[in-house]
Design a protein around this ligand. Structure first.
Ligand code: BV8
Ligand code: ZN
Length: 245
């Protein structure tokens, strides 16, 4: 696909760029997305799994789901889309990643500034005393227990739960102060994360969507690049190399 000249022009003079990413950027790493035709939530409903009441009602089921997802994450590795974002750090004063993903792939790819809005599947904490348990957990009857007797849960943000305040505030600040705001691989339906698109728009940033199909954000972006992020983002890096050469 050709990268539109308007985008190249914007990138030429850009100082700070933000990548707002969702599950789609990790699809080419073999991690299933949530919604859409092959979304994992078509079969399993999020309300039954990604919320605190579901966890307290049936912790074994929720842990089964997260252990399944953790095994996929552990098998996966960053793809050319994640790596292209890292490479862009060479061409701009500031490159910030704001991710809704919990798969840790941006960090494993080497991105320096990452704000995790929905937590991280590789971290856990006790639902009762909040003690952190990262790394391997001991499961007894399908659930890990804290020394205080409380249930250990994944350190991810469930529906109805607040996002980590520091991560969200830093993300809002980044969206307010960037020249180009990329929206990569997200259906942009989950709030308050998706509200960052509007924050970037009102700051006057140039909005670029990278997705295989139209989304809720498509109507307000400046340009939509339709295709796989693992192909499109490296292409943008190639264009940058030509400009900077
Ligand atoms: C909150 C957990 C304040 C971690 C997730 C009505 C009823 C009930 C609630 C609400 C409501 N309206 C708004 C809400 C609030 C709710 C919400 O937004 N619901 C939506 C769904 C309507 N939000 C919340 O509850 C948030 N908290 O509001 O707190 C509060 C507090 C107390 C009381 C009230 C309110 C918490 C939101 C976080 C929920 N946790 N996951 C986990 O297990 O992962 S959400 C889940 O969706 C993931 O975190 C994921 O990151 C997120 C967003 O999904 P996407 O990343 O966009 O993925 P998706 O599959 O949707 O799309 C993938 C895209 O990629 C597609 O567009 C596809 O085309 C594209 N793609 C595919 N392949 C490629 C590609 N693109 C490029 N290249 C490819 N190769
Ligand atoms: Zn505890």
């Amino acid at each position: 696909m050709d990268i539109p000249s308007g985008l190249i022009k914007k990138l030429k003079s850009a100082r700070a760029i933000v990548f707002f990413s969702g599950a789609g950027i990790s699809a080419e790493s073999g991690i299933p997305i949530f919604r859409g035709k092959d979304g994992i939530w078509n079969k399993l409903r999020p309300e039954e799994l990604a919320n605190f009441n579901a966890f307290m009602r049936n912790p074994q089921l929720v842990w089964k789901w997260y252990n399944y997802r953790k095994s996929i994450v552990q098998e996966s590795k960053p793809n050319p889309g994640h790596l292209a974002i890292v490479e862009m750090e060479k061409y701009f004063e500031k490159v910030i990643v704001i991710t809704q993903n919990v798969d840790n792939l941006h960090r494993r790819a080497g991105s320096k500034t990452i704000y995790e809005l929905h937590g991280n599947i590789e971290r856990n904490f006790c639902a009762k005393c909040k003690k952190h348990y990262d790394g391997e957990l001991d499961f007894e009857d399908g659930i890990p227990k804290c020394t205080c007797g409380g249930l250990i849960r994944p350190d991810v943000v469930w529906f109805g739960e607040f996002l980590p305040a520091d991560q969200f505030q830093l993300s809002e600040k980044a969206a307010r102060n960037c020249d180009v705001f990329f929206i990569v691989g997200t259906s942009a339906v989950v709030y308050p994360a998706a509200s960052l698109v509007q924050v970037a728009k009102s700051n006057g940033a140039y909005l670029v969507e990278v997705n295989i199909e139209e989304t809720e954000a498509s109507s307000i972006v400046d340009v939509s690049l339709f295709g796989e992020s693992g192909k499109i983002l490296p292409q943008i890096v190639e264009e940058l190399k030509l400009i900077r050469a």
